[in-house]
Ligand binder design. Structure first.
Ligand code: NAD
Length: 484
């Protein structure tokens, strides 16, 4: 299959934090894969900018080692690697001082598209924006890419938006949520708005409820200090899960275009009811003797930060009134699994009698592992002996359907970085969206802080605290099983 790709002009991409973990694991491998796919025009420059005192060749060695570690061997050929390393430059720079800015200015060409990726601690986002401006690198065509977290509450997100807005227009700011770059997430939009099949059913008349699960098996590991100041609500729900909720729930935008898509997402967030105390459960993983507990993984033995959260959300609009959205995410769970399940209502009347059982259509959209979609349909169990019904999956695993080697199964960062170069903001969060999401999550976090309650402990390798299952039991529903 030949993929159609919009060509781009040569560009200069500067990665602030080019020696960091994210650059090594995600950004540089993504750029390499796009280079190897022939999508990076000759004459482009990738400039690592970080604190370490390195020259170009030393940084190239570092990039080579990172690619060897994080790019699958079959895709790492010598010719492509050498070509890619030719694009690489390095500047030792201080985001909060004067060091390195003159050198960077000399490398970044005025007559090329220039993008600056802020892959550094959030405290440096503001200083970087200011210095890009004061050193004459912020003209109307400049783009900046801002990593998560974007604030830790509404007030800090607003302050950051204001700081960035002093130096850049909203059309120049690319706030990353890498979930939006996932193939399945875009397929969700193709599924909804490219087919007539689903949209007529996509409302509270036919959908009983929707579940969004992002489960991880890892604990907080070496990120304990960072994570403990954040927690699942800030780290996952406010951004990734809410973005998924928006795409599932939004009205059809008039076009697949940044303004139209982001307007519709914003309307969803603004239509969310406040979450009632009984409709949210938070948890903290315990120890099972083999792995450390959350409290052992972080520095504060009294911490009440949640490593798990499950909640029920309601969207007050005509389409969704009465259909709950259940969101859950956590660490040290049974399996690594991200999925959205649209659970349709029962048929209004069963002509097959009670023995045929209760059957529901469930559309499952898997983000990881095995990106793909499955639609459960009810059929007759084969064979004689009456009418018994069973559910069978109509399965579309992208790697099978499109071919595992197909370039179209691209990593989220590959797509997002190239979208920045193309100037396409559709899959990036707009400032008002981020603020609206914080405005919804802030009261939940403030309530926890104020009421002195503690998260429920849960067994590592489980599906989270029992109270999360109870939350759905009360309503005669069940979470879907977490499994690979
Ligand atoms: P890191 O600590 O591994 O790297 C930080 C980088 O910032 C280094 O290159 C360092 O040299 C540079 N740096 C630090 N102080 C500087 C200064 N004063 N001037 C110039 N450069 C300076 O961090 P990371 O894990 O790569 O994360 C970077 C950003 O990406 C953070 O905002 C983080 O929240 C976000 N993020 C990281 C991950 C991840 O998996 N690592 C995932 C999502 C988001």
């Amino acid at each position: 299959m030949v993929s159609r790709v919009i060509p781009v002009d040569p560009f200069d991409l500067t990665i602030f934090g080019g020696t960091g973990d994210l650059a090594h694991r995600k950004i540089l491998p993504a750029l390499y894969r796009r280079f190897r796919a022939g999508q990076m025009p000759e004459g482009s420059r990738i400039i690592g900018a970080a604190r370490s005192d390195l020259n170009d060749d030393q940084y190239r060695d570092e990039v080579r080692a990172a690619l060897k570690e994080f790019v699958a061997a079959p895709k790492l050929d010598d010719a492509a690697l050498a070509g890619f390393l030719d694009l690489i430059r390095y500047v030792a720079i201080d985001a909060v001082g004067d060091n390195g800015w003159k050198e960077l200015k000399e490398l970044v060409r005025d007559d090329h598209i220039s993008a600056f990726y802020f892959s550094v601690a959030p405290a440096l986002f503001g200083p970087l924006a200011e210095r890009l401006h004061s050193h004459g690198m912020a003209d109307d065509t400049t783009r900046i890419v801002v990593e998560k977290p974007f604030g830790r509450d509404l007030a800090s997100a607003r302050a950051l938006n204001r700081t960035l807005a002093e130096h850049f227009h909203e059309t120049q700011i690319y706030r990353i949520d890498h979930y939006l770059g996932k193939e399945t997430v875009q397929n969700l939009m193709a599924l909804r708005f490219g087919n007539v099949l689903f949209e007529p059913l996509w409302n509270s008349q036919y959908v009983d409820h929707i579940q969004i699960t992002v489960a991880e098996t890892v604990g907080v590991g070496g990120r304990g200090g960072y994570y403990d100041r954040s927690g699942a609500m800030r780290d996952m729900v406010q951004n990734h899960l809410m973005q998924l909720l928006c795409l599932i729930a939004m009205e059809p935008p008039s076009q697949f275009e940044p303004g139209a898509v982001r307007d519709e997402k914003l309307k969803v967030i603004r239509s969310l009811d406040p979450v009632k105390p009984d409709d949210i459960v938070r948890g903290q993983y315990a120890s099972n003797g083999k792995t450390a507990s959350y409290l052992e993984d972080v520095e504060d033995p009294q911490s009440t930060t949640e490593s798990f959260v499950a909640l029920k959300a309601h969207i007050s609009n005509w389409r969704w009134a009465g259909t709950p959205f259940y969101l859950r995410t956590g660490k040290r769970l049974k399996a690594r699994q991200s999925e959205i399940a649209v659970v349709f209502k029962d048929a209004p009347h069963s002509i097959f009698g009670a023995e045929a059982g209760r059957h529901r259509n469930i559309l499952t959209i898997r983000l990881q592992p095995n990106e793909g979609m499955t639609l459960g349909v009810t059929i007759k169990e084969p064979g004689p002996g009456g009418m018994r019904l069973i559910d069978v999956p109509l399965d579309m695993t992208f790697a099978d359907a499109l071919g595992a080697e197909n370039e179209q199964v691209t990593d989220a960062y590959e797509r997002l970085v190239m979208d920045v170069i193309r100037g396409n903001q559709t899959l990036f969060m707009r400032g008002d969206e981020v603020e609206a999401a914080w405005a919804w999550t802030d009261p939940i976090i403030e309530r926890w802080d104020a009421d002195g309650s503690k998260p429920f402990p849960y067994e590592p390798g489980s599906s989270g605290p029992e109270e999360s299952a109870m939350m759905l039991h009360r309503e005669n529903r069940r979470w879907r099983e977490i499994r690979e």
